[in-house]
Ligand binder design. Structure first.
Ligand SMILES: *[C@@H]1O[C@H](CO)[C@@H](O)[C@H](O)[C@H]1NC(C)=O
Ligand SMILES: *[C@@H]1O[C@H](CO)[C@@H](O)[C@H](O)[C@H]1NC(C)=O
Length: 487
């Protein structure tokens, strides 16, 4: 689309860790020089680069076999780059145990109750999944009627089986945490109001298009949760499809029950849309600085591929450190050569907009050390999300059950669980977990985990097992206290 590229338009609403440095409309030049950023302590920069490397490693799958050198010489260089960040089909082979579990079923009968295995494979880049010849599990009878308004409260009775979650109905998820997208009272007003420069109400978005004599009819929302952007656009007669993964909650089911179209596609997948057909692509919360830069570059260029000339690219509430925004992400976005329609930058706050500039100070909710049966060895809670001991135990049990099939022995793994991010690593009969909120920086949580793990290793003089851990429990508890001082 080289020749139409200049016609594409970009809307960026970003947050940075420190100062608001500029806000400019309808212009592609910075009007005022930003104030110098406060110095970032060296140890934090060091920590960040270590974990960035860890995450890069985590998100890139290692090809098991090197291709023969003659083939390597013939392979286009971008194919080689791309196979490192999102291996092409080969990543199914890289996860043989999961793949075998997934394909181990009785043909022509009922499929196993194993949707988390499919989710895990897809998140590891095994996509598209192989097809199967079994009958998927659905509720015996669909309810006779479902809401046509995408903002009606989610019905209790649905055609879906929610067996893999602690909540067994969709409305139950609304009660877990208000900002998960299941509470329609909250969703109803999203994308409509202007609370800060970072907001672009849909009316304003449509107005921008109208004044440019452009029209928005078909769009894609990448990582769109329960589909609220699509729902609001539907009320404006715009068709939006939403890509969404079931990270800890039935997001795909929620989108569908609202009468919207969910695409079960991971971020690393080539967008399942033909070239130059969309009027608008939006990236929300899922697309932020935790994605390795090269992956993000491929993502952005894929967005360019599917946008028509004059289409809009909305990068909504992107967050990064101020320095990274200047040095990495602004130049990256600049490569697209789009005209900037709206570009607003503000201080990082938490999702409700109160915590200021605390981006570098992670809030760890708990640190857990469990044994190979999921029993507690040492735990420490820093948040009151689990007020009673039985709530804590239930959480530990659920986390253990959710992660025990995952191989976290060679590398740390990351999962989402009830809107928390959990990073974990298993060694011998010890299971190490660190939990943070969903807005938390995965990189930092991974460092806390590594720090915890290293410290326990040192305390146990390399004999990392349950017996040794129980003998040195007092030291381990002391160590947990020091790692995350008050979270
Ligand atoms: C952004 O944060 C800095 C301190 O980190 C503060 O001085 C500044 O006033 C903040 N700006 C806004 C608009 O909140
Ligand atoms: C959407 O389309 C319907 C039916 O054509 C029409 O009645 C309604 O006014 C349209 N809404 C908007 C916001 O354009």
């Amino acid at each position: 689309m080289g020749f139409t590229m200049g016609l594409n338009l970009l809307l960026l609403l970003a947050m940075v860790a420190t100062n608001i440095f500029s806000l400019y409309h309808l212009s592609s030049t910075i009007q005022s020089k930003p104030p110098a950023p406060p110095p970032v302590p060296d140890h934090l920069i060091h920590q960040l680069s270590t974990i960035r490397a860890t995450i890069n490693h985590l998100t890139s799958l290692q090809p098991t076999k090197k291709p023969p050198s003659s083939a390597a010489a013939a392979a286009p260089s971008d194919l080689l780059v791309y196979t490192h960040i999102g291996p092409i089909a080969s990543s199914c082979k890289d996860n043989p145990i999961l793949l075998h579990q997934y394909m181990n079923y009785t043909p022509f009968s009922l499929c196993p109750n194993d949707s988390p295995i499919a989710e895990n494979l897809i998140l590891r880049g095994c996509h598209p999944l192989p097809r199967r010849r079994c009958f998927s599990r659905t509720a015996a009878a669909a309810p006779p009627s479902l809401p046509t308004d995408p903002f009606s409260p989610l019905p209790e009775k649905t055609p879906f089986l929610l067996t893999h979650y602690s909540c067994k109905t969709l409305p139950c998820f609304a009660g877990l945490k208000s900002d998960m997208g299941f509470d329609m009272k909250i969703e109803k007003s999203r994308f409509l109001t202007y609370k800060s420069d970072l907001d672009l109400p849909i009316s304003q978005l449509l107005e921008i298009a109208k004044s440019a004599k452009s029209i928005i009819r078909v769009a894609l929302d990448i990582g769109g949760g329960t589909g609220t952007f699509a729902a609001q656009m539907k009320l404006q007669n715009v068709t939006v499809v939403t890509t969404t993964m079931n990270l800890g909650a039935p997001y795909n089911e929620a989108v569908a029950i609202r009468g919207l179209l969910p695409l079960h596609a991971p971020l690393q997948q080539r967008l399942p849309v033909f070239d130059g057909v969309l009027d608008l692509v939006r990236c929300g919360h899922a697309v932020n600085r935790w994605i390795p830069v090269t992956s993000m570059e491929f993502l952005f260029f894929d967005v360019d591929r599917v946008l028509r000339g004059g289409g809009y690219f909305l990068i909504d509430h992107f967050f990064s450190k101020k320095l990274d925004l200047e040095k990495v992400f602004t130049p990256l976005i600049g490569k697209l050569g789009y005209k900037k329609v709206k570009w607003a930058v503000a201080n990082k706050s938490d999702s409700s907009g109160v915590k200021n500039g605390e981006d570098l100070c992670p809030s760890v909710k708990n640190i857990l050390l469990l044994d190979s049966e999921g029993k507690r060895i040492a735990v420490k809670y820093y948040s009151d999300d689990w007020p009673t001991n039985s709530a804590k135990e239930a959480f530990e049990k659920a986390v253990f059950t959710k992660t025990q099939k995952i191989n976290a022995r060679t590398e740390a793994e990351i999962s989402m669980f009830e809107n928390n991010i959990i990073v974990y690593k298993f060694v011998q009969d010890l299971h190490f977990y660190v939990t943070g909120g969903e807005d938390e920086n995965e990189l930092i949580l991974a460092t806390v985990l590594q720090g915890f793990f290293d410290a326990v290793g040192i305390l146990l003089r390399g004999n990392i097992d349950k017996k040794e851990a129980l003998e040195n429990l007092d030291l381990i508890l002391l160590c947990i206290d020091e790692i995350a001082d008050g979270g």
